[in-house]
Design a protein around this ligand. Structure first.
Ligand SMILES: [Zn+2]
Length: 561
């Protein structure tokens, strides 16, 4: 029965029972998002105990009276070391390796009920292996000698601050129990190594991902129907499907720098493994609940993917949706990750969108643009949350800040979360280049020309500065430099606005502090006549003051009408 579908973990309950033991005492409060700088994963750092470096597993065989498969612990360790270790090394980008060493054989007195009743835990085998295991491993794999290709895992303890955190077996409770068909050729069928990877996934605190509509008869959601994730379903038993981006983020294999939030407006993002950003997040008003947009292509350890493109999931860690709650949230294997839209067919990939597709998630419209390398341009339009920025309410420039955000001219000041505009911040010449270029609908430069000696390749603003120069709107300071970090004065801003928006000459602005004959006087005349400025007071322009971000918003909003 090597062909039988793996029922890959019936052990979520066991895992969570273990996690419950680590729950803080009444009265002790722990911020579950304290260790995630962008608040995506509850207990993120605490659940990375095992997901970096080398994770040492000891392999034990459990002989049962009804066992028929020839197995040795050394042979099994070699099989999984050769198959599962390179899989994790690859999908973790070299951040994590599962390493397998030889344990030995224990002999159970009771026959296994697998595969006839896969829901029965192999507790005798677990107890025997726990008693026999050598010190120092961070987990144990118990192979029950029956012709079954499924298993289950108990995930271990997250290291909550202030709590005992055993990191080695058996104290940490970290055990995977699988049938012999996961590691041996039986009846011509190859070993279902994917089950091993799946169970190890649970022990680095990954949950299942699933369609969300298929139920067991008892009302429990069926969690094995996402064909895009080793932590879910699919027909493959070989290691040809990796995992979804949010799991890799939870494990620390990609970080906050690889994430960007879309809160509102119309913006273009580059998402994918060949871009710096791998996850686009559509936040909700509630921490811990959001959608993720990631990119997958069928190559390498993803060669078995049934679809390529942009995949969308809903992540929900609110206590109401899970049975076991730690620090007020569902965490680790109890986190809920479901496909968007919810799907009923285990083979369906309607949550994966190819190049050219347009779809809507919670009112946000996403168009999958051109593929470049292993990434896509995504055009994203609409509000994921009601409040675009949380630091400009009541600001006299608020409507103008919202206007330029809606038109994709600003992305906020605190990536990747981008929930702030920093209205009182000073505009640098680098930022000004980005603001102006976006305002006139021009694209950043796509190759580096080395136009200015102090604008090196690879910085965020370089393509904006170079494009602004290529369009003839700046020659820098005239000595081959651009001074990207220098503040922009209101005089300079007037000159740039007059040039970029091709404003007509006008009669004197009448500002008392703008003398005729100053190099910037005609530009100030033009922007006043165009209604772009009304001065810093009714009678003055303050040409030597630095431009603030809130003022920049107003200049641009007025220039664009
Ligand atoms: Zn599972």
């Amino acid at each position: 029965m090597g062909e039988s579908k793996p029922l890959q973990s019936v052990a979520t309950l066991l895992t969570l029972a273990a996690l419950l033991l680590a729950t803080p005492a009444v009265g002790q409060t722990i911020d579950p998002y304290a260790s995630d700088p962008v608040d995506l994963i509850a207990l993120r750092e605490e659940t990375q105990t095992y997901s970096s470096g080398i994770d040492i597993w000891e392999v034990w065989i459990c002989q049962v009276p009804n066992g028929t498969v020839p197995l040795t612990a050394a042979g099994v360790a070699a099989t999984v070391e050769g198959g599962v270790r390179p899989y994790f090394e690859s999908i973790s980008g070299g951040n994590y390796a599962s390493s397998f060493r030889t344990g030995g054989v224990v002999t159970a007195s009771s026959p296994s009920s697998w595969p006839d009743n896969p829901f029965i835990y192999q507790t005798e085998c677990e107890d025997l292996a726990a008693a026999a295991a050598n010190p120092g491993a961070s987990g144990v794999i118990v192979v029950v000698n029956v012709d079954y290709s499924g298993g289950y895992a108990t995930g271990g303890f997250p290291c909550l601050p202030g709590f005992l955190c055993p990191e080695t077996f058996p104290a940490n409770g970290r055990i995977a129990v699988v049938g012999a068909a996961t590691v041996a050729v039986i009846g011509g069928f190859p070993p279902a190594l994917r089950t091993i990877a799946h169970e190890i996934g649970h022990t680095v605190f990954w949950p299942h991902s699933y369609g969300g509509l298929l139920d067991f008869e008892n009302g429990v959601v069926y969690e094995y129907d996402n064909p895009m994730d080793v932590m879910s379903g699919g027909d493959h038993e070989t290691l040809d499907i990796g995992t979804i981006a949010i799991n890799r983020y939870a494990a620390g294999w990609i970080g906050p720098d690889n994430v960007i939030f879309h809160r509102g407006g119309t913006l273009t993002y580059q998402i994918g493994s060949s871009s710096g950003v791998q996850i686009l997040v559509l936040p909700t008003e509630v921490t811990g609940i959001y959608e993720t947009v990631g990119v997958r292509f069928a190559s390498g350890y993803d060669s078995g993917l049934p679809a390529e493109g942009v995949e969308v999931y809903r992540v929900d860690q609110s206590a109401a949706v899970c049975d076991f709650v730690i620090a007020g949230q569902c965490s680790g294997p109890d986190r809920r990750i479901s496909q968007v839209p919810a799907l009923e067919d285990p083979a369906a990939t309607a949550h994966v969108y190819p190049e050219g597709a347009t779809f809507v998630v919670r009112g946000v419209t996403i168009t999958v643009g051109t593929r470049f390398g292993n990434a896509f341009n995504l055009l994203v339009s609409g509000a994921a949350v009601a409040e675009r920025f949380i630091d400009e309410n009541g600001n006299p420039h608020e409507s103008n800040i919202e206007f330029i955000a809606e038109h994709g001219i600003t992305r906020g000041c605190n990536p990747p979360v981008v929930d702030r505009f920093c209205p009182a911040g000073i505009v640098t010449r680098a930022e000004m280049a980005a603001f102006l270029l976006s305002a006139i609908g021009q694209s950043p430069a796509t190759s580096y020309q080395g136009t200015f000696s102090d604008v090196p390749a690879g910085l965020w603003y370089t393509p904006y500065v170079e494009a602004l120069a290529a369009l003839g709107y700046t020659t820098g300071l005239g000595d081959g430099t651009y001074a990207p970090n220098q503040a922009v004065s209101r005089a300079e801003m007037a000159a740039f606005l007059a040039r970029v928006f091709a404003l007509a000459p006008a009669s004197s602005s009448g500002f008392s502090d703008v003398a005729a004959g100053e190099w910037y006087a005609s530009a100030v005349d033009s922007i006043r006549a165009a209604g772009i400025t009304t001065g810093c007071t009714p009678s003055t322009y303050c040409p030597h003051d630095a431009v603030l971000r809130e003022q920049m918003a107003t200049f641009l909003a007025r220039a664009l009408g």
